[in-house]
Design a protein around this ligand. Structure first.
Ligand SMILES: Cc1cc2nc3c(=O)[nH]c(=O)nc-3n(C[C@H](O)[C@H](O)[C@H](O)COP(=O)(O)OP(=O)(O)OC[C@H]3O[C@@H](n4cnc5c(N)ncnc54)[C@H](O)[C@@H]3O)c2cc1C
Length: 443
């Protein structure tokens, strides 16, 4: 039995960041991070093959005001690589064709994405007096504020970004900034303009659309793990947690830890299994948070095979447009260092809530589908020179309707267990930046 002050279960970004910030507050705190896999990082997994840099999870991160503090504290701020300027351009598939998403609300007036009556309705958004009801979906929110014609854009974004269903995802939980702006300004358009003015007045520089590191996203996890040193144990799957008078005991194969504080940062499903013996209601509530799977097919082409017009971040596909395909990232257009000289790399993602069996399809089928989508939409006719498939099973939590209420129940249950906490993307912030910020991801 090893005694310590804090046990952190899970060595993904949430677990590593939690251990890191806690030890920074209290340098003599005895922390142990126990990670089931043979490496740290959770979905921050970067591999290299034939000169291509491949991300199995996040392609990058979208920095917010909390990110700089983390990057500086971990001393990796000078390894940050920002995206190419063209990555501001994003596209959406409508009736089999790509349309550029307007970067600003004003640009929507020039876009062919919506009809003239729909544009007029969009501009009347400021006159909508209602505010979000408890449990409102993203689709209902967007339809109420901007009109029905805007709903397909919301569907595409929720499908492509969260692999989810805009009609099921809860707006207050999935897009809390949107409901905050509505509450504060009474209008999304007014609120976005006011926020842009506030940022400009505060002298805040515009942030790049997306960033990564020279060594890819895993670099951030490795940097934190290096700072934590022998506090981190890999190949250590926690199979049971027991509450004792002194706090909690976590048991792994060949390792038993005891501490007054325990933070579970695994995805909600494994957390439910570990915590149900302590508190059945808590376990049941955690088990209700759904997760979906996604497949990434990487295709590399000789540069000459890719039309010059192909540049930008990539495209999102609304459900029903491209079968099981969620969208694509023009990987080397965003981060040129991710493909060797003379090549371009694309990542086509598929699966999500509507296609749960996608994850079990054979590689050849998935790669063929990805190649066809790039051929039809981008005009890439040549066979790929490089192919790679990565599967993310039960990896993306869905903040479906009822999530906010569920979080309240979870918080109430946790008050019955002093020293026990939950962190991670299953609860409050789905992005990796949310995990680095640490305090933002607690239910
Ligand atoms: C395909 C994909 C694309 C993504 N794209 C983006 C993006 O572009 N931008 C963005 O911001 N975010 C993105 N994300 C989300 C991002 O990856 C998450 O925010 C982040 O990984 C969540 O971190 P976490 O620590 O909560 O969970 P995880 O990364 O899931 O880590 C949890 C850890 O717990 C460990 N664990 C599980 N059970 C046990 C156990 N019993 N004992 C010990 N350890 C255990 C796991 O092995 C894992 O290492 C993406 C995710 C995926 C899957």
């Amino acid at each position: 039995m090893t005694d310590c002050d804090l046990i952190v279960v899970g060595g993904g970004p949430a677990g590593l960041a939690h251990a890191f910030w806690r030890r920074r507050e209290q340098p003599d705190l005895k922390v142990k991070v126990v990670e089931a896999a043979d490496r740290v990082g959770g979905w921050l997994q970067t591999t290299s093959q034939d000169g291509f840099q491949l991300e199995h999870g996040p392609q990058g991160f979208r920095a917010d005001d909390s990110t700089d503090a983390f990057l500086r504290a971990v001393e990796i701020h000078d390894e940050v690589v920002t995206c190419a300027p063209s990555a501001q351009r994003r596209f959406v598939v409508r009736r089999g064709k790509l349309h550029e998403l307007p970067a600003k609300p004003g640009a929507l007036l020039r876009s062919q994405l919506v009809s003239m009556p729909a544009k007029i309705r969009l501009m009347l958004e400021g006159r909508v007096r209602s505010t979000s009801d408890v449990g409102e979906s993203v689709a209902a929110f967007v339809g109420r504020r901007f009109g029905r014609a805007a709903v397909p854009v919301a569907e595409a974004m929720m499908h492509g970004i969260f692999a989810g269903d805009a009609h099921q995802l809860e707006v207050a939980a999935t897009l809390p900034l949107a409901t905050d702006i509505e509450q504060r300004y009474g209008s999304m358009l007014r609120g976005m303009r006011a926020r842009a003015r506030e940022r400009a007045a505060a002298g805040a520089a515009a942030r790049p659309a997306v960033c990564t590191f020279d060594g890819g996203m895993h670099r951030s996890a490795q940097a934190v793990a290096d700072l934590l040193g022998d506090a981190v144990h890999t190949d250590a799957r926690v199979h049971s947690i027991v509450r004792t008078d002194a706090g909690y005991t976590a048991r792994c194969e060949g390792l038993e830890l005891r501490a007054p504080e325990l933070c579970v940062t695994t995805p909600p499903g494994p957390a439910a299994k570990l915590l149900r013996p302590l508190d059945r209601a808590l376990g049941d509530c955690l088990a209700e948070i759904p997760t979906v799977s996604a497949v990434s097919c990487y295709l590399g082409f000789e540069k000459a095979a890719v039309p010059e017009s192909v540049e930008g971040f990539g495209f999102l596909a609304p459900q029903g447009e491209l079968g099981s395909v969620l969208g694509s990232i023009y990987t080397s257009s965003v981060f040129p260092h991710q493909a060797p000289d003379g090549y371009e790399l694309f990542r086509v993602m598929s699966g999500g809530h509507a296609y749960p069996h996608e994850i079990d399809r054979p590689d050849d089928e998935l790669l063929h589908q990805a190649g066809e989508v790039l051929r039809e939409l981008l005009g890439i006719d040549h066979p790929p020179a490089f192919r790679f498939v990565s599967r993310a099973r039960a990896a993306i939590p869905q903040y479906v309707r009822g999530h906010t209420a569920r979080m309240r129940t979870i918080s109430a249950r946790l008050t019955q267990h002093p020293g026990l906490s939950l962190m991670g993307s299953g609860y409050k912030k789905i992005s990796v930046v949310g995990q680095w910020a640490n305090e933002g991801s607690r239910p």
